[in-house]
Design a protein around this ligand. Structure first.
Ligand code: ADQ
Length: 508
């Protein structure tokens, strides 16, 4: 199951908000990404190209290379449009050009309203069930529609009769129907929705919800991580689009002349590469982060790795750690918890406040328990190279993944793939998509129950080595068998099986 694209459609068009390559002028370097140096813009200013590091973008890039396809995304780099042609296209990867990156130029106002507004302050909280965090202004939806239209018409310019269009995520809820109207009838349109889909009760709070459902039903294939989200989506359509025909046995919806198959395909990671990085020279040495913070090699280490997002449940995790140190004083000085937090969407006030809340809680707990030679919580927002992240994963005796809600959660899988010594323990929230596949062999937690959570930390630390090994064996098998490559193949198999052309022919 190599993720090299051998199984992908002949003519593939990927649509996503984030682009795989970004051109930046060197005078404003971005330390968060690896760079291919030495490029120069037409006006002869030195430039660099950021390339994808990890996750879906890095996984899809070789597939689109193999397909010699087209990738359409927001051009968010300051030198992006200095290198594109008059259609806003550039051939990538740099120096090994094999596919077309079509960049969409978005104004600041468009980004504010479409990305920070409707996508991240309406759809994100709504889909995660945080309806009280929805901050909706009507012009946000107008911009969301307008940006979806721009992406859809770009797809129209690149699509051929045999193209397959694969749309990523919640930034493009309206695009599928718009794409359908902009491309030949024979084109297959598919989408993967990376976050949860809520119940009808929650979805009631979604502004323009009906239009969103209609947009998504422009897809031939709509995929989620787990069956709960599929069920919720079918329930929402049944409830809020009365003229749709929902076939609950086959998970198919007929609406306005189109047929949409809805499937659950849990996403995996490139497990081999985490395994490799964890075994590499850099990772075998002690984690330089732990050295920098003077964590004793004798200490037992717990680890959390999250974006600073209110769905990730970091304050509740810190409360559980505080309870743990309170009730298990014998672990003071012996157990250090490392929290790696990545600032995200910091333009949004709720995210700024969340960051403050987390940092304050860490400081308070550290002041309460720390000694001259030991600090209970090591907290960092620094960017970590993959080898350093893998060194931490490998070193961690206990990994804590405790979101309040999470579509899937890749961090839990990364920990497992990097646990090459096979003796780590995973504490896993029962409210994440990953729980479906991993829950039976992790230590399952309700992330909001402070006492139970603290007990579970104690349980993980006291578990026998055989028990940890036995659980980790099964977890590793599941993560390696269901990796990113097999996830992608599953998508492409579904797309192929739809056989849109045959369906059209039979209608004639
Ligand atoms: P996220 O909410 O971002 O993803 P997650 O699935 O954990 O959550 O993926 C985060 C990724 O970012 C991981 O690959 C992690 O290693 C990486 N990362 C985090 N901090 C980093 C750092 N400082 N340096 C380098 N890498 C870092 C959304 C959904 C999830 C879903 C994924 C994929 O919210 O539920 O699992 O998409 O569909």
């Amino acid at each position: 199951d190599e993720a090299d694209g051998a199984n992908c459609p002949d003519s593939l068009i990927v649509v996503s908000n984030r682009q795989p390559y970004r051109h930046e002028y060197d005078d404003e370097p971005d330390s968060e990404r690896t760079e291919i140096a030495g490029e120069r813009s037409a006006d002869d200013r030195p430039m660099s190209v950021d390339e994808p590091t990890g996750g879906l973008t890095a996984g899809l890039d070789p597939v689109v290379q193999h397909a010699q396809g087209t990738w359409i995304a927001w051009g968010d780099g300051d030198a992006d449009f200095a290198v594109t042609d008059d259609q806003n296209c550039v051939a990538v990867p740099p120096k090994a050009e094999s596919y077309t990156l079509r960049r969409i130029d978005l104004s600041e106002e468009a980004v504010d309203s479409y990305y920070y507004g409707f996508s991240n302050q309406v759809l994100w909280p709504m889909c995660h069930g945080f309806t009280d965090r929805i901050a909706y202004q009507p012009n946000q939806f107008d911009w969301y529609r307008r940006v979806n239209e721009r992406f859809a018409s770009a797809v129209g310019e690149h699509a051929r009769a045999d193209s397959t269009v694969w749309v990523q995520d919640y930034h493009f809820g309206l695009a599928p129907r718009l794409i359908r109207d902009a491309v030949p009838d024979t084109v297959t349109v598919a989408q993967f929705w990376h976050i949860p889909w809520p119940t009808p009760q929650t979805f009631r709070a979604c502004p323009a919800g009906g239009e969103l459902l209609e947009g998504l039903l422009g897809n031939d294939l709509l995929a989620f991580h787990v069956t709960d989200y599929v069920e919720n989506f079918l329930d929402c359509v049944g409830r809020y689009l009365p003229s749709a025909v929902v076939d609950r046995n086959r998970n198919i919806i007929h609406y306005d002349g189109e047929t949409t198959s809805v499937v659950a395909t849990p996403m995996g990671i490139d497990a081999e590469s985490y395994d490799r990085d964890a075994r590499s020279a850099g990772a075998k040495r002690r984690s330089s982060l732990l050295e920098a913070y003077d964590v004793s090699p004798e200490n037992v280490v717990g680890l959390g790795v999250d974006r600073l997002d209110y769905t990730k449940g970091i304050p509740a995790r810190l409360a559980a750690l505080e309870r743990f140190f309170e009730t298990n004083p014998e672990w003071r000085g012996e157990f250090t918890f490392v929290q790696k937090a990545t600032p995200s969407r910091t333009q949004i006030p709720a995210y700024q406040r969340y960051g403050d809340r987390v940092r304050n809680a860490v400081d308070r707990i550290n002041r309460r328990f720390e000694t001259d030679s030991w600090r209970p919580i090591v907290y960092t927002e620094d960017y970590l190279e993959s080898t350093e992240l893998c060194a931490l994963y490998r070193r961690a005796d206990v990994m804590v993944v405790s979101p309040l809600v999470d579509g899937m959660n890749l961090v839990a899988q990364e920990y497992i793939a990097a646990s090459v010594d096979g003796d780590g323990a995973l504490l896993l929230s029962d409210r994440v998509g990953a729980n479906e596949r991993l829950g039976s062999h992790a230590l399952s937690i309700d992330p909001t129950d402070v006492d139970e959570f603290a007990d579970r930390i104690n349980e993980a630390l006291s578990m026998s080595s055989q028990d940890r090994q036995r659980r980790m064996d099964v977890l590793r098998q599941r993560v390696f068998e269901n990796d990113l490559g097999s996830w992608m193949n599953e998508q492409f198999d579904h797309m192929r099986r739809l056989d849109r052309k045959a369906a059209l022919d039979s209608r004639k």
